[in-house]
Design a protein around this ligand. Structure first.
Ligand SMILES: *Cc1c(COP(=O)(O)O)cnc(C)c1O
Length: 392
């Protein structure tokens, strides 16, 4: 819930990350919160127990450790309350379950994270909820897709793997006017580069697994909600009965301390490599919102304050064989899922599940997560990939 932060509203992002969420005087002055392992919490007497009149009641309902992370995220997102769940994907499925029911209609951007689509197309379909995917370029046309039973508009900006941008405030406004709750997967930007609730979105979703954790050693998700939506979200979490482990929470709190610093490095290195990629004849297009050549660049510039370290390239021709030759030649970039950790990663993107926003046609799409290695080494590694293409 709302953060009793000693920081004024104008403290900078690095200062906030270091001093928000937890007050050392709450725990003997230690600068970090304790990792509280808990199920039972004792009450002093029956009267207190009957009224449930104390701060902590039961492990599932929260501890000083989970409170510290929830409050830090509230401060960063400008939210009324935050819930923590065991993965980024759970941070998507929980709010959808909380706000949708049988007979409802849900609008989802077609450039959404693949597993979000899978959740909608399987579990939500079985529950009698209809999902309709819309073109990320729909703009004000979203209004025409709203129906009387549209309860949720689900956004992601930029889009997964292809980075399509949205006018978030416009879409949140259309959702609100139509009586629907708006949600956005804000994982790419982190709250340091975009604060969706300031743009009228009701719920902001994060895979804390990515930059907040930052070290590829923890999985967690969060949903930060405004005043109107938080109670229903928390109720759903408690009705289902899921919370997060204290040690994992502690790792994310630790990761947050360096997130601003890390993001600056990811941002600068990714931009440098993206600009270099634009000069390569093997690359048809670079999909990175901070490049002026990118179609969504103006939308990005108007709404976001930075770019993180994840972008894609479209190879100029070739098929799966070219993609494999490029990827298998890489020595520093690892082949692996997820991103936001310290290490550089690459993979071939599959876009066959898109229904409206079709995949680029020029050649295979390769997604790059730019880690914290020396940029010259990463460039040399990618040059090795291009050499393998030339040798085909
Ligand atoms: C990785 C990712 C998720 C899911 O996070 P997990 O913690 O891996 O479940 C959700 N949304 C986006 C945009 C992601 O990239």
């Amino acid at each position: 819930m709302s953060n009793p932060s000693k920081l004024g509203p104008h403290a900078g992002p690095s200062t906030r990350l270091l001093h928000t969420g937890y007050d050392p005087s709450e725990f003997f002055g230690f600068v970090n919160p304790p990792s509280v392992h808990a199920s039972t919490v004792l009450f002093p007497d029956t009267a207190t127990m009957r009224r449930r009149d104390q701060k902590y009641i039961y492990g599932l309902r929260g501890t000083p450790t989970t409170d510290a992370l929830e409050r830090a995220l509230d401060d960063l997102e400008g939210s009324h309350g935050t819930i923590l769940v065991p993965s980024g994907l759970a941070a998507i499925s929980f709010p959808l379950l909380a706000f949708l029911g049988s007979g409802d209609h849900c609008l989802v951007v077609d450039s959404v994270y693949g597993p979000t689509r899978l959740f909608c197309d399987t579990l939500l379909t079985r529950m009698g909820i209809e999902t309709e995917y819309f073109d990320p370029a729909v703009g004000a046309g979203l209004k025409d897709l709203m129906r009387a039973n549209t309860r949720v508009v689900f956004l992601e900006a930029p889009g997964s793997n292809t980075f399509e941008m949205l006018d978030v405030a416009e879409m949140a406004g259309i959702a609100r006017a139509g009586g629907a709750v708006s949600m956005i997967d804000n994982t790419w930007a982190t709250p340091l580069f975009f604060r969706p609730l300031d743009h009228g979105v009701d719920l902001s979703i994060h895979a804390l697994t990515k930059y907040p954790g930052g070290h590829s050693d923890v999985m967690m998700g969060s949903v930060s909600a405004n005043r109107e939506t938080f109670d229903r979200l928390r109720d759903a979490q408690m009705q289902i009965g899921v919370n997060v482990s204290p040690d994992d929470t502690y790792l994310v709190l630790r990761g947050l301390k360096t997130m601003a610093l890390r993001l600056k490095a990811h941002e600068a290195a990714a931009l440098e490599l993206a600009q270099w990629m634009e000069t390569r004849s093997e690359v048809a297009r670079v999909l990175h919102p901070a490049l002026p050549s990118f179609p969504g660049h103006d939308l990005w510039k108007r709404q976001f304050t930075g770019a993180s370290g994840l972008f894609s390239i479209v190879l100029d021709g070739g098929g799966p064989r070219a993609a494999a030759a490029f990827l298998d030649a890489l020595r520093i970039f690892g082949l692996g899922y997820s991103w936001g950790g310290f290490e550089s990663l690459a993979l071939e993107v599959g876009l066959s599940d898109r229904v409206v926003a079709k995949a680029p046609l020029e050649g295979p799409v390769i997604r790059l997560q730019i880690g914290l290695e020396d940029v010259a080494d990463l460039r040399a590694d990618l040059e090795g990939g291009f050499a393998a293409l030339a040798a085909l």
